[in-house]
Design a protein around this ligand. Structure first.
Ligand SMILES: Nc1ncnc2c1ncn2[C@@H]1O[C@H](COP(=O)(O)OP(=O)(O)OP(=O)(O)O)[C@@H](O)[C@H]1O
Ligand SMILES: [Mg+2]
Length: 328
């Protein structure tokens, strides 16, 4: 059954990102001018917490709540994220993956997490955005003074966390333009600002395309459908550029990028950095860190951050490998 979902909860970015299998005939014709009456299946209009918790969150973010009451400061910078002793298991198997993660991020900071394959980097970031594959079993995560773990994925995204997944999924039947427009409008609603119709939104998004060096026809294609690995990564940054974020979590944004694309993506991310927002990037390679310079590098091992240092840690790692880190 098709139903017209016009409520704010039905057209928010998390709900849409939450539906990798999201399909609608109306949206399968990706025309900007057809956006004024978006129809999505009733079954996809998740409006309550329990239904949202069951949905796989793919991405989604907007920066809002600039007046948040988070007060802890370091050199005049507000505390953005404080994670303490975070433990988590895989929901299905109850296998423990995170074994007490501690991480503190202030606004305006760039952090990088590195670590061997399978050490828990992606799991940590997915737990932060409320991915239902994982269950938090202990510890705390405070974002802008609020208990992140109490928030559903939609609230997390609307409160200003953006996550670019290591393997961004396609959303068949939903054009990039539709998707971005809906996500953008969800933010506007949250801020109490006017929403943009498809034509106005197009002008808004047009300038962002330049930032990531993407061609216009990507707007009319379905989200990530048929995109190459590198195009998906660029598209993630386009989403970030359009939506904004207080904290952007970028999981291996550099993987699969050619040299030019890496520079484009890095330039776009750097262009989005302000003294008020932060980036947490996960990477295996120093080449990304040469472009987006982190103040802190954390090494994750067996579901915990075992070492934190400055950029020199990455060069050390490049030369010595992880054996060197453990021994140091
Ligand atoms: N949903 C899941 N089901 C089964 N195992 C999982 C799941 N999620 C994570 N794991 C396991 O947890 C461990 C940590 O995975 P994670 O993806 O967080 O590693 P990573 O540090 O991001 O690795 P990589 O550098 O290869 O991306 C791995 O052994 C992985 O197989
Ligand atoms: Mg990973």
């Amino acid at each position: 059954m098709m139903a017209h979902c016009s409520t704010s909860s039905s057209l928010n970015p998390s709900n849409l990102f939450s539906h990798p299998t999201f399909r609608t005939k109306t949206l399968s014709i990706p025309r900007l001018c057809s956006l004024s009456s978006i129809r999505i299946p009733q079954s996809h209009c998740a409006t309550n917490r329990s239904s949202l918790r069951r949905l796989p969150v793919v991405a989604g973010a907007v920066a809002v709540d600039s007046q948040a009451s988070y007060t802890d400061e370091k050199e005049g910078k507000k505390l953005l994220l404080e994670v303490k002793d975070l433990t988590a298991v895989i929901t299905e198997s109850q296998q423990k993956i995170l074994n007490g993660v501690n991480l503190t991020v202030y606004e305006g900071e760039v952090h990088a997490i590195m670590g061997k394959n399978g050490s828990g980097k992606s799991t940590f970031s997915k737990v932060l955005v409320g991915h239902p594959d994982y269950e938090v079993t202990g510890g705390t995560a405070i974002f802008k003074g609020q208990d992140l773990l109490e928030m559903d994925p939609e609230e997390r995204s609307l409160s200003g966390i953006f996550m670019s997944f290591q393997s961004p999924v396609a959303i068949p039947g939903v054009s990039n333009a539709d998707f971005l427009n809906m996500a953008y409008n969800a933010r506007q609603r949250k801020l109490g600002l006017p929403e943009l119709g498809p034509i106005e939104f197009f002008s808004h998004v047009y300038s962002k395309l330049d930032q990531v060096n993407m061609k216009m026809d990507f707007l009319n294609r379905n989200v990530n459908e048929g995109f190459s690995g590198g195009e998906r990564k660029r598209n993630e940054i386009l989403q970030l550029a359009v939506l904004g974020a207080d904290l952007a979590i970028l999981d291996e944004i550099d993987s699969g990028l050619d040299v030019d694309a890496l520079q484009d993506v890095a330039r776009a991310v750097n262009g989005l950095l302000t003294p008020n927002n932060s980036v947490l990037m996960i990477t295996h390679y120093q080449r990304l860190l040469d472009f987006i310079k982190p103040a802190y590098i954390h090494i994750m091992e067996n579901g915990r951050i075992v070492k934190t240092g400055d950029i020199s840690l990455a060069s050390f790692l490049e030369k010595e490998g992880y054996k060197g880190i453990t021994a140091a």
